[in-house]
Design a protein around this ligand. Structure first.
Ligand code: GCU
Length: 601
């Protein structure tokens, strides 16, 4: 891209990023590391009302009403009436998706209202309502007052509710609408299930009047002995003495925040480096005069050198697998640490040192668990397929989700790659959109590499390549290649080689094919375990013999998952069958083919 287009891209980014996403309102900057805070979890049974026509939000002229369900009017339905009632409505377990709560909700896309009563005792500090994720458009009310709205199904958001909460009884109402629409992120078509609901933890976060809202500590880019970061306070007493303490490094540094409550710092230290072989995390304490927060933070460097990826200065091969945030066995949106652990244990059993958490940021505990288990992470925003590249609101939404993803996980050493897109069609508008996202990501966080699943551009039927103008905006060149499945049968893998001209590491962000667990036949029969195993064997052979500069892969996918695109009766039945493991936990033959190869790496 020439300089004129570069600056145009940057201008577009600046302009659209400044235009707050039309619907996001009332949101406050994200509180870092909420799980270390004094929180009151609001998880559990919430009353719900399925409101397909959104009568709880609009009047009969389709105008937003001031007397919607969020008021939760209390009437006796004798001398005055209403046509809804939460307290006599059924309950649903939150966090969770409604689609798998009851069979009748499986394919429901629309609005569901949720209400939770709770007791609260003010402690003289400030209070925020924090929601780990709600898919897709969440309007949030406390005691009948709108406190915020968030667009995006996979990133956390918080709203200050200090002045809305009352001592004693309070109630929160959330309107969640998971209808898909063209301008959304993702857009209307994607190959995963659009689970609607309040799908992650909900909590009241209690903090001092002036508190440590955000902080970052990571090794300075390209250094193994300088820790760099910042502290951001929030509150009236912005200028304070703050400190960073890492007892095991015998480090205690003191700084003073500026009038905005902010201070950047760096200090010399020689930390034990985080890696898959040694997933050591330091206890870190960040303190101010009025607040203190503790975290577990790992330190490592991640770089590229020509076609190599370097972890702590040493070449590393990404032995990965792609994972959707879908619960094993019950095939709903994951909502427990046990479900995270089952998937990550399968990845470890496979021999992985790396997971691609597709196609959206997974829950925070998944990332923290992967970090503790020594799994590097590719984390991604759902800029997927045919996004509306020319729509400023679409860009602002994608940008906002990218910033929220980075804000939440910027201290997770395991996260080595931010991915800004998946399989997006070539085009000038797409390049402007994505190059702007790449610029923003790099500006916000230089402690990780940037990538995306790019477009192939073969040189001939037997010389496979990538030809994507986005190559200049990524550190790692990656593509989803499906030879043996969508692109020829398995025999094609025997007669092709790769020739990628970008002097950057090459990874397969996806490869694979479908098989129904327990369905057996010839190696040339689609949908048999034997076919899938043969596809993996031939892909591995091709990689070993004919893919120069190959730095790793995250085959598609660890486990069969629900997808409304997959309709083949008796084989798919609404599931994408490319899993190495079925949704019932049955390992297919291909699992062992990949496991054996990873053992040699
Ligand atoms: C695509 C896409 C995945 C999809 C997969 C498939 O590459 O990135 O989200 O599930 O192919 O077709 O199974």
């Amino acid at each position: 891209m020439n300089f004129r287009r570069f600056f145009l891209a940057a201008f577009v980014a600046l302009f659209t990023a400044m235009t707050s996403n039309a619907a996001n309102e009332g949101l406050e900057p994200l509180i870092q590391n909420v799980y270390s805070r004094d929180v009151q979890l609001l998880n559990g049974s919430w009353h719900y009302l399925l409101d397909q026509l959104e009568v709880g939000y609009y009047d009969y002229r389709r105008e937003p009403t001031d007397n919607g369900f969020f008021k939760d009017h209390q009437v006796n339905n004798v001398d005055s009436y209403k046509e809804y009632d939460f307290d006599s409505a059924p309950v649903m377990a939150i966090p969770g998706d409604w689609n798998t709560w009851e069979d009748r909700f499986l394919h429901y896309e629309g609005t569901m209202w949720f209400k939770k009563d709770f007791l609260y005792e003010p402690d003289g500090g400030r209070a925020y309502l924090y929601i780990g994720a709600a898919n897709y458009d969440a309007k949030v009310y406390v005691n009948g007052v709108k406190v915020g709205e968030h667009i995006g199904g996979y990133t956390p958001f918080n709203m200050e509710v200090t002045d809305v909460l009352k001592p004693g009884k309070n109630f929160v109402v959330v309107k969640v609408d998971n209808k898909r629409y063209l301008e959304a992120v993702p857009t209307v078509n994607c190959d995963w299930f659009n689970f609607g609901g309040i799908t992650r933890d909900v909590m009241i976060v209690n903090v001092p009047k002036t508190y440590i809202r955000n902080y970052k500590l990571q090794l300075k880019k390209d250094s193994q002995n300088v820790v760099a970061g910042f502290i951001q306070l929030d509150g009236e007493k912005a200028q304070q003495k703050v400190s960073v303490e890492i007892p095991e490094l015998k480090v205690k540094k003191e700084y003073t925040t500026d009038a905005n409550g902010y201070v950047e710092f760096e200090f010399k230290a020689k930390p034990r480096l985080w890696s898959p072989a040694d997933s050591f995390l330091y206890d870190v304490k960040v303190a101010s005069e009025t607040d203190a927060v503790e975290d577990e933070i790992g330190f490592r460097t991640i770089q590229t050198r020509g076609r190599e990826i370097l972890l702590n200065g040493e070449p590393v091969f990404l032995k990965g697998i792609s994972i959707h945030e879908e619960a094993p066995f019950r095939s709903g949106r994951i909502c427990s640490e046990e479900e995270n652990l089952t998937l990550l244990n399968w990845a470890k059993e496979l021999g992985c040192n790396y997971v691609r958490l597709a196609h959206y940021p997974h829950n925070e505990k998944m990332v923290r668990m992967a970090e503790k288990m020594g799994l590097m992470v590719w984390s991604e925003i759902p800029v997927y397929w045919t996004i509306q590249w020319e729509n400023p609101d679409t860009y602002a939404n994608a940008h906002n989700q990218l910033m929220e993803m980075i804000d939440r996980d910027q201290n997770r050493a395991a996260v080595i790659i931010w991915s800004i897109a998946n399989e997006t069609p070539h085009g000038e508008a797409r390049d402007k959109f994505l190059s702007s996202l790449s610029i923003s990501a790099r500006k916000k966080d230089d402690a990780r590499l940037i990538s995306m699943a790019m477009e192939r551009g073969d040189k001939s039927p037997t010389v496979i390549s990538i030809n994507d103008t986005m190559n200049q905006w990524v550190d790692i060149v990656s593509c989803n290649q499906y030879m043996g499945w969508y692109d020829g049968k398995n025999e094609k893998l025997d007669r092709v080689r790769w020739e990628v001209d970008y002097e950057k590491p090459l990874v397969f962000s996806e490869m694979g094919g479908g098989a129904l667990a327990g369905h057996h036949g010839g190696k040339d029969e689609f949908w048999t375990e034997e076919y899938q195993a043969e596809l993996y064997a031939k892909t591995i052979k091709m990689i070993d013999e004919r893919v120069p500069g190959f730095a790793g892969m995250s085959p598609w996918i660890l486990m069969d998952f629900r997808s409304p695109r997959r309709l083949l009766p008796h084989i798919q039945d609404g599931y994408n069958r490319k899993g190495l493991i079925s949704n019932r936990g049955q390992k297919k033959q291909a699992f062992y083919v990949l496991q054996e190869w990873y053992e040699t790496k």
